[in-house]
Design a protein around this ligand. Structure first.
Ligand code: C2E
Ligand code: CA
Ligand code: CA
Length: 266
């Protein structure tokens, strides 16, 4: 398990993967039109034996500096698909699970095959999987290979969401070349949406842009009723944030979905 090419800190993180110290939390996404929690985003945590529960900002940027993020990314993808399959089997009915993908994973030549392999192993319909890719990745890795990879994933039925939307470039020309199904408005713009006119203007124009391009819009970081109301008045379609639920461990998600009576009646 030890790899001489890794630093001590990297070894620790690699051990964490093998020792099952990494865990996924899940945050439900509320669909306004159907009044159900249609999606669920997997968010990684590290149950560190000494330091307690660590959030991704405490280890993901570090993991992204090496191919450790590839191990972690694969683990997260596989774990999220397996968990979703379990929920499906229990008749809990979110329609998809969203997994965050780092730009570095797309540098892996066989990334698309890895994703297809996991779906086949878990026997999960590709339409149940959404990959969240940061807008900054798309802009930075402005190359044919990345675009072709995303096209292949999308063609297979996997949904593509553009994360942190609005924090990247001023130009959105890339949207014409990359198949994207959904955009996620960054929580930066949601934070003061009830009090800051400039933020309202940005959010309004992002929603309008998405509508014109036939993309679904998800607002993240929604904490208060007034933020929710402002977004509803702008016809935002999906809402994610503490207002509905914090990211929860898998067993608490079940409880949450049951309390909201989201059970597949088929
Ligand atoms: P993100 O994808 O933009 O995820 C949204 C972050 O906002 C999450 O932080 C979530 O817990 C937090 N959040 C959700 N609702 C609210 C709210 O109402 N208010 C506020 N203030 N925050 C809210 P988290 O879980 O700490 O994740 C941070 C970032 O780490 C994520 O940002 C994502 O970029 C990255 N990340 C998480 N899991 C993974 C993973 O499996 N792989 C990769 N590559 N990155 C991951
Ligand atoms: Ca995300
Ligand atoms: Ca985000």
């Amino acid at each position: 398990m030890t790899n001489p090419n890794y630093s001590e800190r990297e070894q620790e993180l690699l051990r964490a993967v093998h020792n099952q110290e990494l865990v996924l939390y899940y945050q439900p996404q509320f669909n306004v039109a159907t009044s159900t929690f249609e999606g669920i985003e997997a968010l990684i945590r590290w149950r560190h034996p000494e330091r307690g529960l660590l959030t991704p900002d405490q280890f993901i940027p570090f993991a992204e500096q090496s191919d450790l993020i590839i191990h972690i990314g694969e683990w997260a993808l596989s774990q999220a698909c397996k968990q979703f399959k379990i929920w499906q089997g229990k008749g809990l009915s979110p329609v998809r699970v969203a997994v965050n993908v780092s730009g570095r994973q797309f540098l892996q030549q066989n990334f698309v095959e890895v994703v297809f392999g996991i779906l086949a192993e878990v026997k999960l319909d590709p339409a149940c999987l959404e990959l969240e890719i940061s807008e900054n990745t798309i802009i930075r890795e402005d190359d044919r290979t990345l675009i072709e990879m995303i096209q292949r994933l999308n063609k297979a039925g996997i949904l593509i969401a553009l994360d942190d939307f609005g924090t990247g470039h001023s130009s959105v020309n890339y949207l014409q070349h990359i198949p994207v199904n959904r955009i996620k408005i960054d929580k930066l713009y949601i934070k003061n949406i009830h009090s800051n006119d400039a933020d309202v203007t940005v959010v309004k124009s992002l929603i309008k842009l998405a509508q014109d391009m036939n993309l679904q819009v998800v607002a993240e970081g929604v904490e208060t009723l007034i933020q929710l109301q402002t977004l509803l008045s702008q016809e935002c379609q999906e809402i994610q944030g503490y207002y509905f639920s914090q990211p929860l461990p898998a067993e608490k998600v079940e409880q949450f979905l049951l309390e909201f009576h989201i059970i597949d009646k088929k």
